[in-house]
Design a protein around this ligand. Structure first.
Ligand code: F6R
Length: 611
């Protein structure tokens, strides 16, 4: 988390950086700050969003062709002006921004305090900055040398960017574990956590690798490893348009992204799914099909919403391919000495491709010889680059902090992967295979039909906006949909919500049910339909309020539920992609009705680059 932007070149740095920080606010918005170099080193920082910083600098000197900026998601030290980045070194010569965590900051801080250093924030960043300054002072070395020495002693993850009053024509950056993209313009360079602050200036970018240091002047980019050896920058062309990262007339990014789903799901299927010829072609899978089809076991690793996509994939892969699947929280997997056997395959699912826990988990698995398949949205991201093979989800940039379109695109891609493997293993009948291809092909159309009912969903949302708790229940393929529905409600409306397998309710959560508790059932027609109808009866018998996502025309559930959210009929294996849409809209409308900033819910950040 945290967004960083830096600029060096012929333009005024301030407007470039502020605009870039706004694009990166999804990564954290506890405070924002900027440092500009124009003879003197000017530092402005403010708690809150970038808009608060802008207000704070009105009337102040903002000149300078070199600068660094930061939007923070607090780790060490509460959100406040003093903990906002950039930080200034004790001498006042250096300023630095940082995304990541320095784990051994406490011992380094003690060392520095003994030497007389003073700290004006609670951050690990200020410690690292003064540690670098101290090495520079003691060794009489250049900033670059001091940085190299410091980074060898640092434990943790970072992207840092430094400016130095004594070298006003140079930015120095370094990366390990957190993302850094450098945009290459004519006589100018742009640095950012992702490409969104860069695309309107240049499409030529370099993704800096772990353990690399970048020395950047207006017209020169030098990359070195920590051993001081020059590295050749690999320049890539961005495949991203500015319109894709703007709101396009919607009130919020979240709403825009929910409504984009017919298009994004279509994009994830396009060129891969061919119903007419009965084929699925995904080059990353094709090139590794033997290893994949013969996998003894598949481990799916992810966090949050992506983990929910993994749970649905588990059901689908086991059903279609008959390969055992385990779904792991990346944060647990990485620390519990997991058993990885020859022939195991890992599927890592991530929207951002930068989630620290997922990244480290797959690094660990890779070291132990596992084959890594990445299902990632952000092209060129760390997880995508670390994977042996993979399939991009092609959902386009997701800016709203709550994941929506990335989730449905993940489901579309994972279903295609399952179908492709099932076919290769002869584990599926040709009829079922072709039927599911057609069902998948029809999803964008069905999602459009659900979106046409947005007003009805809004009305239901308004009825329940004052709830303090909610229970989400589903069975089979719809159980992870219930988990995802509960997560969306928590994130966006701050209403406590829990997802459960509907039958598990009787083992505890049913105690919560009273006339005030909304219970949201994902009850589309499937093999367990009669069972879930019984569960609905059990809730009604205890006076709970039932809201049910149903298959259009389901009179049985309609007669029982207080409110229904109908979706078009679909095969039970494909239904989660469709039945999740009304739950996204329900959370969105409740969050908006409560007056919350749904694009930037409190305490959250889009890209969780710290563990
Ligand atoms: C929920 C949400 C998070 C992410 C999680 C993983 O709406 O966005 O739970 O799903 O942080 O992020 P990625 O998919 O980027 O690895």
């Amino acid at each position: 988390m945290c967004g960083i932007v830096a600029y060096i070149g012929h333009r005024q740095a301030y407007p470039v950086i502020v605009k870039g920080l706004k694009r990166l606010e999804y990564r954290g918005y506890d405070s924002a700050g900027i440092a500009l170099l124009d003879g003197s080193l000017k530092l402005y920082k403010k708690m809150g969003k970038v808009a608060a910083l802008e207000e704070n600098v009105i009337g102040k000197s903002l000149d300078g062709n070199i600068g660094i900026g930061h939007t923070r998601w607090a780790t060490h030290g509460e959100p406040s002006d003093r903990n906002a980045h950039p930080h200034m070194s004790n001498s006042g010569k250096l300023a630095m921004i940082h995304n990541g965590i320095i784990e051994n900051y406490a011992s380094l801080k003690q060392e520095l305090i003994k030497k007389g250093y003073r700290f004006s924030s609670d951050t690990d960043t200020e410690v690292l900055l003064n540690f670098i300054e101290d090495i520079q002072k003691n060794n009489g070395s250049t900033l670059e040398e001091a940085l190299r020495i410091a980074l060898k002693r640092v434990v943790g993850a970072y992207v840092i960017v430094l400016i130095d009053k004594d070298n006003p024509d140079t930015l120095i950056a370094a990366r390990k574990g957190s993302p850094l993209v450098i945009g290459i313009g004519k006589g100018e360079h742009f640095l950012a956590s992702d490409a969104s602050p860069i695309i309107e200036y240049t499409k030529e970018v370099v993704y800096v690798n772990d353990y690399e240091i970048a020395i950047i002047k207006s017209d020169e980019l030098i990359l070195k490893n920590l051993g001081n050896e020059r590295q050749t920058p690999f320049i890539q062309k961005l495949d991203l348009e500015l319109a894709a990262i703007e709101k396009g007339g919607y009130d919020h990014f979240m709403l825009k992204e929910i409504f984009e789903q017919p298009g994004t799901i279509y994009d994830s299927l396009r060129g891969r799914l061919d119903v007419q010829h009965g084929t699925i072609t995904m080059s990353g899978i094709e090139n590794n099909i033997d290893k994949i089809k013969d996998a003894n076991r598949i481990l799916i690793i992810a966090c949050g919403t992506s983990w929910h996509a993994g749970l649905i994939a588990e059901y689908i892969i086991e059903e279609l391919c008959r390969i055992p699947v385990e779904v792991e929280y990346a944060s647990e997997f990485r620390y519990r000495n997991p058993i990885i056997n020859r022939g195991d395959m890992i599927i890592a699912i991530s929207q951002s491709g930068e989630t620290a826990d997922t990244l480290v988990a797959i690094e660990t698995a890779k070291e132990q010889g596992a084959v890594i398949l990445g299902v990632v949205n952000v092209v060129g991201s760390s997880i995508a680059r670390l994977s042996h093979a993979g399939a991009y989800t092609h959902a386009g940039p997701e800016i709203g902090v709550a994941s929506t379109k990335a989730f449905t695109a993940q489901l579309a891609v994972l279903t295609m992967i399952a179908l492709r493997i099932a076919k290769e293993r002869n584990a599926i009948t040709p009829e079922r295979y072709l039927h599911l291809l057609q069902e998948l092909h029809d999803v964008p159309e069905k999602v459009s039909e659900v979106l046409e009912k947005a007003d009805l969903i809004r009305e239901v949302a308004l009825k329940y906006q004052d709830a303090t708790d909610a229970l989400y229940l589903g069975r089979g393929y719809n159980f992870p949909v219930a988990l995802e529905g509960a997560l969306k409600l928590k994130e966006i409306s701050y209403i406590h919500a829990e997802g459960y397998p509907a039958a598990e309710m009787k083992h505890g959560p049913i105690a919560l049910v009273d006339e005030k508790l909304p219970v949201i059932f994902v009850a589309t027609r499937d093999a367990y339909h009669e069972k879930i109808v019984s569960n609905i009866q059990e809730i009604k018998a205890r006076k709970g309020k039932v809201i049910a996502v149903i298959t259009e025309g389901d009179e049985t559930v309609t007669s029982l539920a207080d409110d229904v959210l109908p979706v078009p009929a679909a095969d039970e294996l494909i239904a989660p992609i469709i039945s999740t849409i009304p739950l996204q809209l329900l959370s969105y409308y409740i969050g908006v009705a409560k007056g919350y900033d749904v694009d930037k819910p409190r305490n959250l950040a889009k890209s969780v680059t710290v563990e």
